[in-house]
Design a protein around this ligand. Sequence first.
Ligand SMILES: [Zn+2]
Length: 355
Amino acid sequence: MTIPTEPIGSLPRPLPLIHAIAAANGDARDPALQAMYDEAIRDTVTRFEATGSPVITDGEQRKYHNFWTYCVHGLSNIAPDGFKIPFAAGHTRRMPRLTSGPFRYKVYADQYLEFAMRYAHVPVKQAVISPSALSLMYPAEGIAGYSREEFITDLLREHENEIRRCLQLGAHKVQIDFTEGRLAIKIDPTGELLNSFIDLNNLALSRFTPEERRRIGVHTCPGGDRDSTHSADVDYAELLPSLFELKAGNFYVALAGEDDRARVLRIIRDFIKPDQRVFVGVIAPIDQRMESPEEVRDRVLEAAKYIPLEQLGTTDDCGFSPFCDDTSTTRETAFEKIRARVLGTQLAGAVLGGS
Ligand SMILES: [Zn+2]
């Protein structure tokens, strides 16, 4: 039997590209860089397919400069001093602040998908950022002449538009990155912020038909940057019951890095809806140690004790380089780990099919 397996999205960029971006003073739209981006994506697609992964991505090579703000980078109505994401290793990542309305995306992710599909021979999925993450761009003190309500209306329209463009182009799945879900509980232990995120994202998801939602997924993780996390200390029990309230057909849940996987699997079993599939993380991108296919197989078999097979899939815990300048993992290591995921999932499928 075949157990579905999918990546999350990002891969480390080639070092020459990272250095060239730095040399261009961080202006990733410098025309001189475009040939390097093109080559990075072609190389990513080729090597991704060589891992045997039945579904690939473009490695988010052109998502400048991260998975969170790619769609707004370069807008004239933003300032750099927005929301801060603190990582356990001590560093922070910062997102832009909106300074005036109206809010529009500068880039829709389907342009990345279109380019990757030119070279791919297998299905390609596309990750997009959630409305809840982008909602943090609107300042707490408000914007004169542009209310929060107007902002949310614009935000939901842009997000819906981006997903529709990716679906129409033929994305295998469109995955909404929701890393701020677990972080929300750390910021606001009452759970109110998380609830507002769930409600906002459901406003967007409600615009899609059940059939469309079967191709839409949500990714949750404790963050992954420079081998560090932002919310691994938040108990999944605080997040997962709300997570499965999202009106999506697929969930990509970081699990390999959890201390007590069985407990998390029990929570998933108790809260997943019959029309939802969970792709459990069987590879830890921020762990330098290489997982073996046999180890992955055993993790899948463990998950299969709790999750019905028709609702189970596997994934990596997170992207391998959500921020474009992260050099903590090499491309070689990332592809090797993906290969272990694919092989281990196949091994588990053979065991489960034969029993
Ligand atoms: Zn992630």
